[in-house]
Design a protein around this ligand. Sequence first.
Ligand SMILES: [Fe+2]
Ligand SMILES: [Fe+2]
Length: 223
Amino acid sequence: MALNTVKGQYSSMDLIAEQEKTLGSEPLQYGLMSRLLFWMMDVMYGKNRSLSKFKVLEVIARVPYQAWENVAYVAITHTYRAPDFARRIFEFVKESRDQQDNEQWHLLILEELVHKKGIQEGFIRHRVIPQIIAFFYYHISWILYVVNPKLSYRLNAHFEDHAEREYMKYAAENKALADEKYQGDFSREYGTFDTLSDLFRKMGVDERHHKEQSLQRIAHARF
Ligand SMILES: [Fe+2]
Ligand SMILES: [Fe+2]
């Protein structure tokens, strides 16, 4: 039985069911900005799913949450005289930080796997360029949020929907992952998994949660 500590416990059977749920559902209708980003990632890192490409995805995945947190802190500065409103913003900051932390574990685990498998990465292509993409994505997320938070949540929901599918497809197409256990450096924080297939399925489930949280914020018109 796999031990999962993040957002509930999932057995291997549960995770396989979650994978089927994702792969049996239709993707969201991606907007121009998200399609451009996915196209750029395919051009830069190839169409095939790989650990190195996922790392780039995770470097970028954290930044909308950082942008929202930044805007929310500015808002608290201006609204602390209205405690209820300030408290709601602070709750939002905490939620954003949880999601950021979750993306951070994904990134650290991927880095660990890349290292253990001895995958060679270029400094410019795998270190510098992801930071440049993240820099622009941060500002796009920030500006969209200031103009209308829904626009920023929509972009993030598309990004997360894509990430969810990428992890689930990766687990489905790489059968050898089912022969490797995950008991890595971050097991204490993220959990242990019977197989690497389960680890990637769990990451896919996390991305679905992130997507759903953004969609809920759009539906309820919350900041
Ligand atoms: Fe992630
Ligand atoms: Fe995510």
